[in-house]
Design a protein around this ligand. Structure first.
Ligand code: 2RA
Length: 350
């Protein structure tokens, strides 16, 4: 039978989507699929390909006989356990931030740099951050044709990027403001949240209901956030353009799932909307939702739950030569996390 696949963090938010992807994939190359989670979740039964599969506790011997181990766990858990998985003979595909910028760990998007899966001296392959990933299929297609030189990006990031806490918080905030005449004076949204008993401690630093918050990730030097630096560093690494000029502003919006990005990309060669449309249409993992005359464009609410990246509002910048502006939406839990990790494993299995 086929290779043995392990899912580490099988009971978490991304692990759950991973199992859903496997259960809905027409055919999968795997023999055994082993579910691994913290000792607290061990013994739990989860249906995989129509059969009960019992979760086993994270331990070195849990990796014995595993060919590929997908990690959907926090950074510190990956940092400790991905090397252990490798020492037991598995290739680790890691969805955390622990190894993404390690020069000995490839950062892979199968539509862009699939060949990098073979360059893995540490036996570890990293999956990009969901914000970067959401625009990579589109940028990869454009870069191959036109040669990318500069990238200016604004993100519109969903609450689920901050995990289950983010999801719970947005639902609670929406309930707290529903039907209330708030958002008309500074501070009254915050007052409504406090009146509903919500803690001032929030994963978003400010109210997210009826608001947008120009902050995602943690505080870094010189005014940047971690999320903005990830967009810059990871885009350079995935596209193989170390000198790529990148400037990002990352913003959290009151959307549950699906990150969107407004992209302003400048190329070495002459671009046109027509050529860009053709490149996007030819890329199987992109859906082009772009019909200006009929006001067709992608939105996160229409895209959520699906695998492809949706691209629209493609325009040739009026005042910037060789520059395209476009809007892209991708489900941050699917292509942004579980799906890309899974596709790396499929690429390896091939
Ligand atoms: C976020 N990109 O949206 C992060 C999650 N990895 O918060």
């Amino acid at each position: 039978s086929g290779p043995t696949l392990a899912i580490v963090g099988a009971t978490g938010a991304v692990g759950t989507v991973m199992i859903d992807i496997i259960n809905n994939r027409g055919s999968v190359p795997w023999g055994e699929i082993r579910l691994i989670a913290s000792p607290r979740s061990a013994g739990k039964k989860i249906t995989v390909r129509g059969e009960d599969n019992t979760v086993v506790a994270l331990a070195p011997e849990a990796f014995d006989g595993v060919d590929i181990a997908l990690f959907d766990v926090p950074d510190e858990v990956s940092a400790e356990w991905a090397p252990i998985a490798h020492s037991r003979g598995a290739i680790a595909v890691d969805n955390s931030g622990a190894f993404r910028m390690d020069p000995e760990v490839p950062l892979v998007v199968p539509e862009v740099n699939p060949e990098k899966v073979h360059e893995r001296p540490k036996g570890i392959i990293a999956n990009p951050n969901c914000t970067t990933l959401s625009m990579m299929a589109a940028l990869g297609a454009l870069h191959r044709e036109f040669g990318l030189r500069e990238l200016v990006v604004s993100s519109y990031q969903a609450a689920s990027g901050a995990g289950q806490d983010g999801i719970d918080r947005l639902y609670a905030e929406l309930e707290a403001v529903a039907g209330k005449q708030v958002g008309v004076r500074g501070g009254d949204v915050a007052d409504a949240l406090a009146a509903a008993g919500l803690s001032a401690e929030t994963p978003f630093k400010a109210p997210l209901a009826l608001n947008v918050v120009p902050w995602a990730g943690s505080r870094k030097d010189d005014g940047w956030t971690s999320e903005e630096l990830k967009v810059r560093n990871e885009s350079r690494k995935i596209l193989g353009i170390p000198e790529l000029k990148v400037s990002a502003t990352c913003v959290r919006v009151p959307v549950l799932t699906t990150h969107s990005l407004a992209v302003h990309a400048t190329f070495e060669r002459e671009v046109s909307v027509e050529k860009a449309h053709k490149l996007f249409s030819d890329q199987p993992t992109i859906v082009l939702d772009d019909d200006h005359d009929n006001e067709v464009f992608p939105t996160p609410a229409a895209v959520v739950g699906g695998d492809p990246t949706h691209v629209g509002r493609v325009r040739q910048a009026l005042d910037f030569p060789n520059t395209l502006d476009f809007f892209v939406c991708g489900d941050n839990l699917r292509k942004g996390a579980a799906l890309n990790t899974y596709e790396i494993a499929e690429t390896l299995a091939k």
